[in-house]
Structures are given as structure tokens and as C-alpha cells.
Design a protein around this ligand. Structure first.
Ligand code: NAD
Ligand code: UD1
Length: 334
């Protein structure tokens, strides 16, 4: 298939492009590099030795998106492009609502205009709010604590209504848990342009001594060791989940959790990183981060049964691959 990948130069998008190309699909990337770098595209080509077509465009620009659909015979779209920093979304709600929602509306509109009948949308476990883990796809969604989370809820809702008027359309809503790690080549990975919000890039920067220590946000949660529990998934497993979803999602509106189903605490993650890479990670326990929940892990049965997909990598592999990528990065001062 010829797949348009919006946000394909980003962290999850780049790994998904590798998985798609390895499966024999063709890839067209649309990215404005607001949170990525054009060198990523060369690195995807280095890994796969396959050509990629790319457009440096803002996917909220209707004219430019229309050009891509006009110039290419597209069989499906994976829509990753979006802003994702939770704290920033509270400071800049208009940017977040505009970027994430307008882009989704335009993708849906173009798919309708050009008879493209497959859409895969990047959603997040954040839409479950403070439900009890494990989260199942049929749970009633609870309010999220920030505009970023709300954009995901709204986009899911928009796509549900779009499916209702097109009996040939297949929409996969993929709710990601916590992707970490990197491609085993060490050529692509998570490389935030600013101070990392998420835990793994923070840990790898401490490991590289770019930062003095990790701040652990709370050890008074009702969990085994008091620190937050998350469902960490290797980004290549997540990437494979997109390929499975493109191949196997039937017509209609379908939601899938993409996680491992295993909960890991912050302290367990730090310990596994230290043991795997033989590096000490100094840390300090500080207060809880506003908006954090104690437990967040997936029930992954639906993706296993309906997509035939299951995550394979363990936490050790995730920690090893994250560190390999970080070591390969040239020194950056934030
Ligand atoms: P990322 O920031 O690394 O990638 C997003 C890409 O989209 C970047 O390359 C950025 O330049 C591009 N982009 C943003 N706005 C754009 C626009 N208007 N036009 C063109 N390109 C644009 O983020 P990621 O971690 O790869 O996340 C991809 C998607 O998955 C996002 O929608 C994010 O909300 C969602 N998601 C991510 C996580 C996570 O933990 N990383 C978890 C749940 C959901
Ligand atoms: C966060 C977002 C979520 C988003 C996801 C992916 C919040 C509240 N949630 O999820 O909406 O979909 O990223 O972008 O921001 N931790 C530390 N120290 C750190 C960083 C994190 O102790 O420096 C802890 C957190 O408290 C949490 C765990 O590590 O228990 C994972 O945090 P993080 O990587 O930020 O992911 P989430 O909070 O799960």
C-alpha cells in the first residue's frame, strides 16, 4: 500500500515508517519538523535502504495537504502529526486545539474527497483519565486534566462521526501507552528539542551526564513501591502495531490499546536501566506532578485477538536500545 504518514519524522512516526517499508509498503511523509529534524528521513532510508517521498508541510494547511492527495495515489493515512507536551498544552491551549484538531479534520476531509478508506489515528491512554487499570477499550472515558488530552478525545469523536457517513471507511484509533526505546540501529529514537517531559529521555540524559539527576515525581502512590506505574512499550513493537492495524482493521470504527499489559514502577524502570547498561542513575524523590495518576496499564486482549499483534520486547531491551540511541547523539546543550 501507499501510505501517507503525517508526522513521519517524529519519534513514533519514524519507527513506523521503518516497519512499513520493511513490510513492503511505500511511504509518503508529511512533516513540518516542528518537533523533529529532516536528518531523520535520511536515517530511515539508511536503515531500510528504501526510498521515501516527503513533503515539508504543515498539515493544518488545506491547500498543501490537498496537493499531496492530488499528486499521489494514497491507500491509507497514519496520522501522527500533532503537538504532545502536556504542560505546554496548558500554557498554549489554542495552538494545541488548532494543530491537533484542524489537522485531523483535514485528513478526514481529504480521505473523503479522494476515496481513501483507511485512517489510523494516534490516540493516547490519557483519554481513560483516572479509570482503574487495566484499561479496556470499552471503558467510559473520564476527563483528562489538560488540553492535549482533550484534543485526543475530540479527534476520536470526530472520526467516529466520519465513519458513520462512509460505509467503506476503516478507522483505527490506537491508544498508545508509554513508548520508550529506539530502533536497534541506534540511528533513530526519541530526541526532544527541549527539556524532556517524559521519563526515558530524561533518564538517558542523566546517564550521559547532561543532567545531574532524575527527579522522581512522588513515592506516596498506592503502588508496590509508592512510585507511579506505567505500561512501557518498545517503540518498534508499537510501530509493528500500526502495520498490523493497517492490514487487519475491518471497515468501521475500531479502538485498540497498544501496550504490553505489564505495569512497571518508576523505581523498577530506573533499576532495570542501571542493571542493563551498567550506569548509575542518581535520583531524588520530589512531590507528585500535577495531573499524574498512580496506575496506567493496558488490557491488550483486543489487539491480540483482532489484529493478531502483541508486543514482544522486554524492559531490558527497551532500556538497552534507548541508551544506544542516546549515546549516538552528539552532545546538545539544553
Ligand atoms: P513527535 O513530536 O516526536 O512527532 C510528531 C511529529 O509531528 C513531529 O515530527 C512534528 O514535527 C510533526 N508535526 C506536529 N505538528 C505538525 C503539523 N501541523 N504539520 C506537520 N507536522 C507536524 O511525537 P510522537 O511521540 O512521535 O507522537 C506521535 C503522535 O502520537 C502524536 O499525535 C502524539 O500525541 C501521540 N502519542 C504519543 C505518545 C508518546 O508517549 N510519545 C503517547 C500517546 C500518543
Ligand atoms: C505523559 C502524559 C500523557 C502523554 C504521555 C506521552 C502527563 C501527566 N501525562 O504520560 O498525557 O500521553 O506522557 O506523551 O504528563 N516521571 C518521573 N520523573 C520524570 C518524568 C516522569 O518520575 O522526570 C514519572 C511520572 O510521574 C510517571 C512516569 O514517570 O509515573 C512516566 O511519566 P511520563 O514518561 O511523563 O509519561 P506519563 O505521565 O505516563
Amino acid at each position: 500500500m501507499n501510505i501517507l504518514v503525517t508526522g513521519g519524522a517524529g519519534y513514533i512516526g519514524s519507527h513506523t515508517c521503518v516497519a512499513l517499508l520493511n513490510e513492503g509498503h511505500s511511504v509518503i511523509i508529511a512533516d513540518n519538523f516542528v518537533n523533529s529534524n529532516q536528518s531523520v528521513i535520511n536515517n530511515i532510508t539508511k536503515i531500510t535502504k528504501k526510498p521515501i517521498k516527503f513533503y515539508n508541510v504543515d498539515v493544518t494547511n488545506e491547500t498543501l495537504i490537498n496537493n499531496i492527495f492530488r499528486e499521489n495515489k494514497i491507500d491509507g493515512v497514519i496520522h501522527f502529526a500533532g503537538l504532545k507536551a502536556v504542560g505546554e498544552s496548558i500554557e498554549k491551549p489554542i495552538s494545541y486545539y488548532f494543530n491537533n484538531i484542524v489537522s485531523t479534520i483535514l485528513i478526514a476531509k481529504m480521505c473523503q474527497m479522494y476515496n481513501v478508506n483507511r485512517i489510523v489515528f494516534s490516540s493516547s491512554a490519557t483519554v481513560y483519565g483516572n479509570n482503574s487499570s487495566p484499561f479496556t477499550e470499552s471503558m467510559k472515558l473520564l476527563p483528562t486534566t489538560n488540553p492535549y488530552g482533550e484534543t485526543k478525545v475530540i479527534c476520536e469523536r470526530i472520526l467516529l462521526d466520519v465513519v458513520k457517513i462512509n460505509p467503506r471507511l476503516s478507522v483505527s484509533i490506537l491508544r498508545y501507552f508509554n513508548p520508550i526505546g529506539a530502533h536497534e540501529s541506534g540511528l533513530i529514537g526519541e530526541s526532544p528539542n527541549t527539556i524532556p517531559n517524559n521519563i526515558m529521555p530524561f533518564i538517558t540524559q542523566v546517564a550521559k551526564r547532561l543532567r545531574e539527576k532524575l527527579y522522581i515525581f512522588g513515592n506516596d502512590y498506592p503502588t508496590k513501591d509508592g512510585t507511579g506505574i506505567r505500561d512501557y512499550i518498545h517503540v518498534m513493537d508499537l510501530a509493528e502495531g500500526h502495520v498490523a492495524s493497517l492490514n487487519n482493521t475491518p471497515v468501521g470504527y475500531h479502538i485498540y490499546n497498544l501496550g504490553t499489559g505489564i505495569g512497571t514502577s518508576v523505581l523498577e524502570l530506573v533499576k532495570t536501566f542501571e542493571e542493563t547498561n551498567k550506569i548509575k542513575i542518581p535520583y531524588e524523590i520530589v512531590g507528585r506532578r500535577p495531573g499524574d495518576i498512580a496506575l496506567c496499564y493496558a488490557d491488550v486482549t483486543k489487539a491480540q485477538v483482532e489484529l493478531g499483534w502483541t508486543a514482544k520486547c522486554d524492559l531490558t531491551t527497551m532500556c538497552r536500545d534507548a541508551w544506544r540511541f542516546e549515546k549516538n547523539q552528539s552532545l546538545i546543550n539544553y
